[in-house]
Design a protein around this ligand. Structure first.
Ligand SMILES: *[C@@H]1O[C@H](CO)[C@@H](O)[C@H](O)[C@H]1NC(C)=O
Ligand SMILES: *[C@@H]1O[C@H](CO)[C@@H](O)[C@H](O)[C@H]1NC(C)=O
Ligand SMILES: *[C@@H]1O[C@H](CO)[C@@H](O)[C@H](O)[C@H]1NC(C)=O
Ligand SMILES: *[C@@H]1O[C@H](CO)[C@@H](O)[C@H](O)[C@H]1NC(C)=O
Ligand SMILES: *[C@@H]1O[C@H](CO)[C@@H](O)[C@H](O)[C@H]1NC(C)=O
Ligand SMILES: *[C@@H]1O[C@H](CO)[C@@H](O)[C@H](O)[C@H]1NC(C)=O
Ligand SMILES: *[C@@H]1O[C@H](CO)[C@@H](O)[C@H](O)[C@H]1NC(C)=O
Ligand SMILES: *[C@@H]1O[C@H](CO)[C@@H](O)[C@H](O)[C@H]1NC(C)=O
Ligand SMILES: *[C@@H]1O[C@H](CO)[C@@H](O)[C@H](O)[C@H]1NC(C)=O
Ligand SMILES: *[C@@H]1O[C@H](CO)[C@@H](O)[C@H](O)[C@H]1NC(C)=O
Ligand SMILES: *[C@@H]1O[C@H](CO)[C@@H](O)[C@H](O)[C@H]1NC(C)=O
Ligand SMILES: *[C@@H]1O[C@H](CO)[C@@H](O)[C@H](O)[C@H]1NC(C)=O
Length: 649
């Protein structure tokens, strides 16, 4: 929790700083912090949780991965995705709802933002204005603290004014200087250096004045450093930023007035101000001045994650792409659910987590999904094969009839309903509802599957695939992009003739599928064509593949090799099962399909070293990829994914 009003004890036992080590595996769903002190020194072994689960760091304790709101239920006014996120079990319009004014209450956490639980009577009571008598800060409005029994605006008292309130870090919350000496607001001490000063464990750090001191504190690197003094520029900035925060904080709950979960619900100006303020304030309040001296990945991904996420969000136009994980923690899932998608806050970052578990699907069912499609998914029946596809049992076919290793379809002039119903060489004419011969070159069509499979429908005429020259007209659209009729595979709108024409295919400006910022666009080498930056599956965003890049160029070359053979396939659905009877054609198809997938799904295929992503979302791709690379294919999928990078380059 980001600087709530709780006091965090600095528990350290032993004669030196705690030791933090990373666990053997990269992630876990179980124990994320394993604590021991048998050697006399505190030792923590840290294994980050899978995406969606979080690790609560409690000094001198072990910890298990949990849903963040299980240990940090949100207060009224804060963001929620479902009822159980809220302490009140009441989530409405993405905000936790609490008790309204005058309702009987037993704790302040139950009352709505703007209220605290009064004592006589015990009802939700409006927070007190500046000047009112108080006993605790939580009674005062969020822009004020309870100093010497009076609600006082944060950091408002001039030098020399009487004040008693200091928080757990030593800052005087009512004084404009942030410091109290001898019961009055006084000039705050400063550090000797603007950079972090090393010190010895359990000694004192003296300020420049040689008088004021603070205890030397341990970081996560096993060493110790001096914390900031109240006169240091970072603390003074925190104080100066407070009036603006005060203008937003009235929407927050009194118990968590500066918490991310409240500000994330606010308009972007307020949120962005908050993020900048909080990133700095955490240096003092969260002791990040000392803790930022950390180098270990497992520490960054757990204990340090909330702070690092605040910094990340405050320093860039930061959009967190969805994060994917495989999980066995499916207790909250509905029956037959294989993908659980949740928009939520994890480690002070608001994003979508996609958790998958295909093992839940019963036999005969599978979890069909593509990355970035979002949402929950339930298991569905395994897809049946189309007329013309290879089969070994009738149960594999849509038609329920496998004869001579092929799924039998409907024959010429017989009644059909769906485009995939007819035998190879035929298409289902939905006007006459009969299977008819596929249309040859130059014949009329209104859809690609009317034409023979080595042709496509362009301007209502069947033309060979990838055949038209640059400048030839294609189906009208005001945009540019992939076109199967063009030899280049690409067509663009021509503003002089108001029509779309085949054109030279654009090539990625940077390396193919380069990193980019979500929300921006990626350009080709000419700067004429752009494509939106797209989320990958590793939390980063990547540029899509352009039509002139190596993968789509090779995709076209390999399609030409299989084009005539595809006339043996279902006219509305060409898939791998059609090629099983010819090993040469199967090989060409596998090349075609891998290049096709790299063209279509470049960003989502990128860095899928977590092998479950490859297996889960791209089984056909990996099956094709492995069969053409069988000689060089290593024992792990991760190796073949590493090879993919060289393969696409
Ligand atoms: C720190 O120092 C104080 C005073 O010097 C001593 O009482 C205390 O036991 C020390 N704590 C540790 C953990 O060494
Ligand atoms: C180990 O930690 C526990 C708290 O978890 C504490 O009670 C105990 O005194 C510590 N032992 C040593 C040797 O520091
Ligand atoms: C800072 O300087 C003062 C004297 O100017 C000295 O007494 C003090 O020990 C120094 N503090 C640190 C942390 O070096
Ligand atoms: C951990 O975070 C710190 C602070 O941002 C950074 O300097 C360091 O490189 C990170 N370490 C790793 C291994 O990611
Ligand atoms: C899930 O459970 C299965 C069977 O108990 C186990 O083999 C697998 O490693 C577990 N997966 C994860 C991600 O914990
Ligand atoms: C996803 O599934 C969970 C659990 O079954 C459910 O609580 C949640 O509302 C679902 N989300 C969406 C967007 O349907
Ligand atoms: C399956 O299709 C074949 C070939 O069209 C046909 O001879 C056979 O009768 C069909 N079997 C069934 C059970 O419909
Ligand atoms: C193709 O369509 C045009 C007009 O829609 C029609 O005049 C022509 O006869 C058709 N040709 C064939 C071969 O069906
Ligand atoms: C489909 O059937 C209709 C009506 O019999 C016919 O006019 C048309 O040419 C056929 N072909 C296509 C491609 O629609
Ligand atoms: C193509 O579409 C644009 C915009 O809809 C239109 O202005 C133009 O006339 C169309 N061109 C042709 C040849 O149909
Ligand atoms: C496909 O058929 C056409 C016409 O018969 C022929 O010209 C072409 O060479 C064939 N393509 C391949 C790859 O065999
Ligand atoms: C399409 O394939 C068929 C069957 O292989 C062949 O007869 C025909 O000539 C091909 N057409 C073209 C344009 O390649």
């Amino acid at each position: 929790m980001l600087f709530g009003l709780l006091i965090v004890p600095l528990l350290v036992s032993g004669s030196s700083c705690p030791v933090y080590k990373c666990g053997k595996s990269s992630t876990t769903t179980g124990r994320c912090i394993s604590f021991s002190n048998s050697t006399g020194v505190d030792n923590y072994v840290i294994t980050p949780c899978i995406q969606g689960l979080a690790c609560d760091f409690i000094p001198e304790q072990s910890s298990e991965c949990q849903y963040p709101t299980d240990y940090e239920p949100r207060y009224p006014g804060e963001y929620c995705a479902e009822d159980q996120d809220c302490a009140s079990y009441n989530c409405f319009g993405s905000k936790c709802l609490g008790l309204s004014a005058g309702s009987a209450c037993s704790s302040t956490s139950a009352c709505n933002a703007g209220y605290y639980c009064g004592t006589s009577p015990s009802v939700c009571t409006a927070q007190l204005a500046v000047g009112a008598t108080c006993t605790r800060t939580i009674q005062c409005i969020n822009s004020a603290v309870c100093d010497a029994g009076v609600c006082t605006t944060y950091f408002s008292k001039a030098l020399g004014a009487a004040s008693t309130l200091k928080d757990y870090r030593g800052i005087a919350l009512a004084c404009s200087s942030g410091f109290i000496s001898n019961g009055v607001c006084a000039a705050a001490p400063v550090s000797n250096s603007t950079s972090v000063i090393s010190c010895s464990f359990n000694t004192s750090c003296y300020a420049k004045d040689g008088v004021n001191k603070k205890t030397c504190l341990c970081s996560y690197d096993g060493k110790s450093y001096c914390p900031l003094f109240e006169g240091d520029s970072q603390v003074q900035q925190l104080i100066q930023g407070m009036p603006t925060i005060n203008s937003y904080s009235s929407q927050c709950h009194t118990l968590n007035r500066f918490g991310y979960a409240c500000y994330v619900n606010m308009p972007s100006t307020a949120l962005s101000y908050y993020l900048t303020w909080a990133a700095n304030a955490e240096l003092y309040w969260g002791n990040e001045w000392v803790y930022q001296k950390t180098t270990q990945k497992c520490v960054n991904e757990t204990i340090q994650a909330p702070y690092l996420n605040i910094v990340k969000q405050s320093t860039s136009q930061y959009y967190q792409c969805p994060m994917y994980s495989k999980t066995n923690t499916t207790a909250r899932w509905s029956a037959n659910q294989c993908i659980f998608a949740a928009n939520d806050i994890y480690y002070d970052n608001h994003y979508t987590t996609i958790q998958v578990n295909d093992a839940v699907c019963p036999s005969g069912q599978a979890c069909y999904a593509s990355p970035n499609s979002g949402g929950n998914v339930t298991c569905t029946s395994v897809a049946l094969r189309y007329a013309g596809d290879y089969c070994s049992a009738s149960s594999q076919c849509q038609s329920g009839n496998c004869t001579n290793d092929a799924c039998v379809g409907i024959s010429l002039d017989q009644k059909c309903v769906n485009p995939t119903d007819c035998n190879p060489g035929l298409f289902c004419n939905t006007t006459s509802s009969k299977c008819e011969y596929n249309v040859a070159v130059g014949g009329n069509c209104s859809n690609f599957y009317h034409c023979q499979n080595n042709l496509t429908c362009n301007l209502n005429t069947c033309v060979p695939v990838y055949s038209l020259a640059n400048g030839d007209q294609v189906d009208n659209s005001t945009t540019y992009g992939y076109n199967k009729a063009c030899a280049s595979g690409f067509a663009a709108y021509d503003t002089t003739t108001y029509s779309r024409k085949c054109a030279i295919a654009p090539v990625s400006n940077n390396s193919v599928n380069a990193l980019c910022n979500h929300g921006t666009s990626c350009s080709d080498t000419t700067g004429v064509y752009t494509k939106g930056c797209q989320c990958g599956t590793d939390g980063n965003a990547y540029c899509p593949t352009f039509e002139g890049d190596p993968a789509p160029v090779k995709m076209i070359q390999y399609f030409k090799k299989i084009a005539n053979y595809t006339t043996k396939c279902n006219s509305a659905n060409i898939d791998a099962y059609c090629f099983k009877k010819s090993s040469t054609m199967m090989k060409y198809y596998n090349y075609y399909y891998t290049y096709y997938t790299e063209y279509m799904d470049g960003p989502t295929l990128k860095n899928t070293e977590d092998s479950f992503l490859a297996d889960f979302y791209f089984p056909e791709y990996w099956s094709a990829y492995n069969s053409i690379h069988s000689s060089s294919y290593g024992s792990t999928l991760a190796m073949s994914i590493a090879a993919l990078i060289a393969f696409t380059a």
